[in-house]
Ligand binder design. Sequence first.
Ligand code: NDP
Length: 511
Amino acid sequence: MTVTSAGPTAATEAAEAPTFRNFIAGEWVESVSGRTFESRNPADVRDVIGRFQASTAADVAMAIRAAEAALPMWQRMPAPKRGEILYRFGALLAEHKERLARALTREMGKVLTEARGDVQEGIDIAFLMAGEGRRMFGDTVPSELPDKWAMSVRQPIGIAGIITPWNFPIAIPCWKMMPALVTGNTVVFKPASDTPHCATLLVELMAEAGFPPGTVNLVTGSGAEVGDAIVDSPDVRVISFTGHSETGKAIAQRAGARLKRLALELGGKNGIVVLADADLDLATEGILWSAFGTTGQRCTACSRVIVEERVLEPLLARLEAGARRLRLGDGLVEATDVGPLINAAAVEKVERYVEIGRREGELVCGGRRATGPGLEHGHFFEPTIFTGVAPMARIAQEEIFGPVLSVIPVADYQAAVTALNQTRYGLSSSIYTRDVNTAFRAMRDFETGIVYVNAGTIGAETHLPFGGWKETGNGHREAGHAALDTFTEWKAIYVDFSGRLQRAQIDNQPS
Ligand code: NDP
């Protein structure tokens, strides 16, 4: 693999690293714990980005009180006015896009081009949801009785708990907080412990945009302390969570005991089907981008290629050549194609799966920690491809969340559909074919929330519903109009202007 280097490191020593605080009731405050934790650059772990509050249930309780106090004012503010604040926030994100993207790459590792895309998703959803302030449609329908009006409106649920992962540290919090806020909820936001700096920068801009004190509250700290306290609080009526399926299931049990609204966006094992009539060069580009972009750490990353046997060899040759050309390094260097994994535990997990893969398939390339100048102090792993993998092999079934691709040969389209759907996940999928009839069959047959034709498994746009089938989630969707469903209650309203008692289902029936 080729290696790029940022040159002399701009690492911040631990002693010089700034300390950041929680944001509660419009104030930047320290945790009552008096403890902090560090966030480090995964491309060079000597670089300490900052220290963040290791918060406790007591901090969460303060944030919830602040969110509760702000709720009546925020709910009564006309939705178009709330939308205007979202619009200002979107404009601020756009103004600060480059600064945020650089901070994102430094803290999370993805290459700068992708980090800019991450921020852009935040901008897009802020503007989309700003517009929802003037839409937020309900239904006005005829009543079955004379002189009676019938309609439905959306109303906010209350306090929203927002718990987010590290892999899209700007986009995902925006995907959740923008619909929560425009619909009149107030927010307690707990970001992943690997990316608290991105969260802090985001909330700074939200405060600058004019979200009133208490409407947005940031509490950093561990899932076990801060996350659990949010999930267990009876006052937090809706939780929106993105992360691992196992964490999601545990949250679902606790939230279920309190009958909370809960939206889960969980793991994926996304597949690309390549049929014999496909444009193999196009398919190769899409697969490499989907498998190794963000170092395979996207929920929509492609980790399975299901290929018709007749074109296995030419496709594999292209994939291997392409993977070997990818340049690993610090994502802040423009020439870098693939950045580091998020942390040491992620590298160890990928290593464990590579060992499993050696028993389940044939290693084509990669399979090792990446070494070389510029990589010594980061969590780098070589882009890895296995071939001859069976659909039910562990590396084809379990979410590795790293740069590991399994190639699964199949006899024909029908076998490809079976293999593609033989997984407990159902987020994204794709098919490469030149046959329009087969493409339409795939759109019908693939059991995923997102299907691409002649494109990779990544590239969702914010105005369409985003989410997965099966164990990728629990039926909710982010983005698009669908996002409003997570954060609103429906209220049906009837206005009788007949001046007399009218009984539905009774007075309008033949006697
Ligand atoms: P985790 O599940 O480890 O963590 C996600 C968030 O949950 C973090 O903020 C974490 O805090 C918090 N958390 C951990 N334990 C608890 C708990 N007991 N109660 C409440 N909160 C808790 O996921 P990752 O951050 O590692 O993210 C990667 C995963 O996210 C992958 O599985 C990926 O597929 C999935 N994902 C899904 C997407 C989708 O839309 N379907 C999109 C993006 C990612 P802390 O960091 O402090 O541990």
